[in-house]
Design a protein around this ligand. Structure first.
Ligand SMILES: [Zn+2]
Length: 328
């Protein structure tokens, strides 16, 4: 089991304190690595640039020697140590659908940005403890027990971003017995009746055609910003959408963008998360992963996501035609 604890003291400074605790270690050296890229963004991320301090201790709190062997890999001397504690911080001041951000309002984490991993222990359970105000709710697809999240392995952990905040707006609907959660973080006035009706409509049409849904529960996590934004990232059981400005969310144009994103990202649950190019299977987090199949997993998803909005009458036919003219 690998345990991570997220805490912070001065959220306005955007630094998250992260502790990684490793148990049952048995060799004189330990290699830990930070992902170099994230699935969904087909380019290098260089997340390690956001780490400002890095310290390692044994179970008694005595410091252990380490040195960096690449831009995002550390080698730690662990003679006679079965338990190792790594403490580091992460500068979280970027707010988009694939980033990590902290302020006085929220702790928003994409674990792929900031969770170290041990290359030969990626199959172990990952536990995440969140030291956040007691009034905070957590929007995340992982199993939750109070402020503790549990992932069955590192892959699931990095597929499961979260927002912890006390200003999350939440609702849910169900299609064929599967619960779909809708979360909004950020200032916006929501017409929940319209939103729920439209979410349910495109979800039902997609599931009807695929005959089944690959996961037991799904979360749409919407990061609503006060300025213009339009970005989405797909995950196995969730998606994060960043969209703005929040004051215009229910306007025709931004509402179209919201549904253009969520229908596209839901379609990705099948096309790229389940039906995935061989070269992305498994994901190699240590370097960028090349594929020539983008036309299939992004092109087809873009076309089909909008087509389902037209079929389910969330988009009028004329909106669909207008969007396709833009692309083709
Ligand atoms: Zn996409």
């Amino acid at each position: 089991m690998i345990q991570y604890t997220f805490s912070y003291t001065k959220p306005h400074r955007h630094f998250i304190d992260i502790e990684m605790r490793i148990f049952e270690h048995s060799s004189p050296e330990l290699i830990v690595q930070l992902p170099a890229w994230r699935p969904g963004r087909y380019e290098l991320g260089n997340f390690a640039k956001n780490i400002q301090y890095f310290k390692v201790f044994d179970a008694q709190g005595l410091p252990l020697k380490f040195h960096k062997i690449t831009k995002d890999t550390w080698k730690i001397s662990t003679v006679n140590c079965s338990e190792i504690v790594i403490q580091y911080n992460y500068y979280a001041n970027e707010l988009n659908a694939g980033s990590t951000y902290l302020d006085e309002i929220q702790l928003y984490v994409n674990p792929i940005n900031c969770c170290l991993y041990i290359p030969d222990r990626m199959d172990e359970t990952c536990i995440v403890n969140l030291e956040v105000p007691s009034s905070y709710k957590v929007a995340c697809s992982l199993v939750q027990d109070n402020n503790q999240l549990k992932a069955k392995n590192f892959d699931e952990l990095v597929e499961s971003p979260w927002i912890a905040s006390n200003s999350l707006q939440h609702n849910k609907y169900s299609v064929k017995g599967i619960n779909f959660h809708i979360w909004f973080q950020g200032k916006c006035k929501l017409d929940w009746n319209r939103i729920l009706k439209d979410f349910k409509a495109f979800t039902s049409h997609q599931i009807n055609d695929f005959k089944a849904f690959p996961v037991s529960e799904y979360h749409f996590i919407n990061q609503i910003l006060p300025y213009k934004a339009y970005h989405g990232v797909e995950h196995t059981s969730s998606t994060v959408i960043s969209l703005g400005p929040g004051s215009d969310l229910m306007s025709d144009k931004l509402y179209e963008s919201l549904f253009g994103s969520v229908s596209h990202e839901l379609y990705h649950t099948w096309n790229v998360k389940q039906i995935r190019p061989e070269e992305l299977m498994p994901y190699d987090y240590s370097k960028e992963n090349y594929s020539r199949m983008g036309y299939l997993y992004e092109g087809v998803t873009t076309y089909m996501g909008d087509l389902y909005l037209m079929r389910s009458k969330v988009f009028l036919r004329k909106i669909f035609i207008k969007l396709k003219k833009k692309i083709f």
